[in-house]
Design a protein around this ligand. Structure first.
Ligand code: ATP
Ligand code: SF4
Length: 323
């Protein structure tokens, strides 16, 4: 049995806005198994980035974890642990490459200094070790260490910068990497190349990955298991083969139908009329009911339970619940 590295339990994350609270992540349960690549897919605004930021408590000031737990290695609850404990987990245990991180590299610093500064910020001052480790990682990501370390960010292409960010995230030998839309800003060929590199990296290091994307084709390509997120909730979880072959949630089914030959993205869901609900005042019951072709009375009133259809294949839908 694979061991759970991370267990998210009943997690609720709210953003305070003038109209009330945005229920961005609402009662989410999700496990990440040791050594796997878990894909999290959903259209823009479904709460994927909020979930990623909550795991390392890097949320903006207007957000709060209102409820729930995030257990790391079965013992530390990241949702509640003190800041000094979290500092030991960030980068050293779990690294996050946030969305749009390509623009976050400091233009005035050479790449080698990004590695040295990151290490220093986490108490590692051994310059020789940092440069050797950075060079090894850059080589693994098929970059020329000598040239890249001496470069400024503007001297690198988008794909090269993304690889530098992956190397930076892996500098302190974390157990888990969270990648939020790591290929979205790249052209299709570079995207393909980065995905292949990540698969190669995973095969060589067995690092656990949570891979967040709106692009379901990417999930099919890279992930072992997948979670489908919609309006702050997890709708379906299972191994990629099962969910692609036999999606059971109407939202997942619509997702699969909307991407002939798996080359489209969730943003192109022409087959699902309507838009994401307002997360300040989400609809009662199932959040998908205003767009669901199978909505029943119960869906509009009561939240559907999570049903395990077969081991590891979970779906949150009244169609599959025994009543
Ligand atoms: P995207 O890929 O576009 O970032 P996402 O699936 O990652 O989408 P989130 O960015 O987590 O979704 O957003 C979830 C919800 O929280 C959305 O309704 C969004 O508008 C809202 N939200 C995100 N950040 C903030 C914020 N700082 N203040 C208020 N609401 C926010
Ligand atoms: Fe559709 Fe009801 Fe299932 Fe929601 S619970 S997806 S509305 S059938």
């Amino acid at each position: 049995m694979p061991r759970n590295l991370l267990e998210v339990k009943s997690l609720r994350v709210l953003y305070k806005v003038h109209r009330g609270d945005v229920k961005a992540v609402d009662n989410v349960d999700l496990n990440v198994e040791e050594g796997e690549i878990l894909g999290v897919v959903g259209e823009s605004g479904s709460g994927k980035s909020t979930l990623a930021l909550a795991i390392l408590r890097l949320l903006p000031k207007t957000a709060r974890i209102a409820d729930g737990h995030i257990y790391y290695k079965g013992k530390i609850d990241l949702a509640r642990s003190p800041e000094n404990e979290l500092k030991e987990v960030r980068w050293k245990e779990i690294s996050l490459i946030p969305q749009a991180a390509l623009n976050a590299l400091n233009p005035t610093l050479k790449i080698v200094n990004h590695f040295l500064e990151t290490a220093k910020a986490h108490g590692v001052h051994d310059r020789k070790w940092v440069v050797e480790r950075a060079s090894k990682l850059l080589s693994l990501l098929r970059l020329e260490p000598d040239r890249v370390l001496k470069s400024y960010p503007h001297e690198l292409s988008g794909g090269m910068k993304q690889r530098v960010l992956i190397a930076l995230a892996m500098l302190l030998e974390p157990t888990m990497l969270i990648l939020d839309e790591p290929t979205t800003a790249l052209d299709v060929l570079t995207q393909r190349f980065i995905l292949d590199l990540l698969k190669d990296l995973h095969a060589k290091t067995n690092i656990t990955m949570m891979f967040i994307t709106h692009d379901i084709a990417v999930i099919a390509d890279i992930a072992d298991r997948m979670a489908v997120m919609y309006a702050g909730k997890i709708m379906e979880v299972g191994d990629v083969y099962t969910v692609f072959k036999e999606p059971k949630h109407p939202y997942s089914i619509a997702l699969m139908k909307s991407i002939p030959s798996l080359t489209g993205s969730v943003e192109e869901m022409r087959s699902i009329p309507g838009t994401l609900p307002d997360l300040v005042n989400p609809p009662p019951g199932c959040r998908f009911w205003p767009r669901c072709p199978h909505a029943m009375d119960v869906c509009k009133k009561e939240e559907p339970p999570v049903v395990e259809l077969k081991p590891g294949h979970l779906v949150s839908c009244w169609l599959h619940a025994r009543r």
